[in-house]
Write a protein that binds this ligand. Structure first.
Ligand SMILES: C[S@@+](CC[C@H](N)C(=O)[O-])C[C@H]1O[C@@H](n2cnc3c(N)ncnc32)[C@H](O)[C@@H]1O
Length: 269
């Protein structure tokens, strides 16, 4: 099913009623309980609660676990984690200030469970082996360079045996030999060089030497692609490179891993 308005100029818009209908997605029952206006107001490109729900249904989070939400954006995915799983969340982000995120967190009934932190992944202010789990939605593709980066800058903060779950936008097939012409003007604005495949990410995770892969896939087959299309409708965006290319080749990938138990506690600074 295509959710796209036919008109290519962006002049046709979805009505509020249509948007609310699209947002009531029965595949994401937990997310459906949240105010659609709040989700849209605090969005940074995706419906982050759908993605967080898709990821965490595979992660077995338990009450009181310490969870790092890395690149949490406006922290609504962090609030979701605390509300739905009773976990303690460190909501870390670079582009959004801790004060702004705290103002959102304070409006919820989980303000004792979510701690906003302004932080750069290149220098995170945490103890090694501290977190029971780490999640990250639509953020790794901005900064992760290789397996060593994962090991030295991110994974070491998760305790041995802890879980790491990541969602990134990606292609069904890697454009190793260059992008289609329609994509060329968008490579930089959309950071398309960071859009790879779940297998590419799986290899990178393994190269870190610190984790075993539990799951690496595209969200439920074609569901990731459909989420992109639905999200474009929700935000009434009708002109993107993906509209031009017909939406065939993009999806969201999930990678879930467990930190190995027998890795050294101390990694290099
Ligand atoms: C597309 S937004 C996604 C935000 C949020 N996870 C969501 O789904 O709404 C990417 C996020 O990555 C964060 N980010 C980018 N570079 C970062 C860095 N060097 N350190 C920490 N966070 C970073 C940005 O602050 C931004 O909020």
């Amino acid at each position: 099913m295509s959710y796209l308005k036919k008109h290519p100029t962006g002049k046709m818009k979805y009505s509020q009623t249509e948007i609310k209908k699209i947002m009531k997605n029965e595949k994401y029952p937990l997310s459906s309980r949240y105010d659609p206006d709040w989700i849209i107001e605090n969005a940074m490109g995706a419906h982050t609660l759908w993605l967080q729900e898709s990821l965490t249904r595979e992660m077995n989070l338990k009450p009181d676990m310490r969870v790092l939400d890395l690149g949490c954006g406006r922290a609504i995915s962090s609030i979701f984690l605390a509300k739905e799983f009773g976990v303690k969340v460190w909501a870390a982000d670079l582009w959004n200030s801790a004060t702004d995120n705290w103002s959102r967190i304070r409006e919820t009934d989980v303000c004792d469970s979510v701690c906003p932190i302004h932080a750069d992944v290149h220098d995170l202010p945490f103890s090694e082996n501290y977190f029971d789990a780490l999640v990250s939605i639509n953020s790794f593709y901005f900064y992760v360079t290789d397996g060593e980066f994962l090991r030295e800058k991110i994974f070491k903060y998760v305790k041995p045996g802890g879980k790491i779950g990541v969602i990134v936008p990606s292609f069904f097939n890697d454009y190793q030999d260059g992008y289609p012409e329609a994509y060329q003007p968008y490579v930089e604005p959309y950071n398309l060089n960071g859009w790879r495949t779940y297998n590419w990410w799986k290899d990178l995770f393994e190269q870190s030497g610190l984790v075993d892969i539990i799951l690496a896939d595209n969200i439920d087959g074609n569901e990731g692609n459909e989420l992109f299309q639905k999200t474009a409708c929700i935000y009434n965006i009708h002109e993107t490179p993906f509209h031009i290319a017909g939406w065939k080749d993009i999806t969201y990938s999930r990678i879930i891993a467990r930190r190995k138990k027998d890795t050294p506690q101390q990694t290099k600074q």
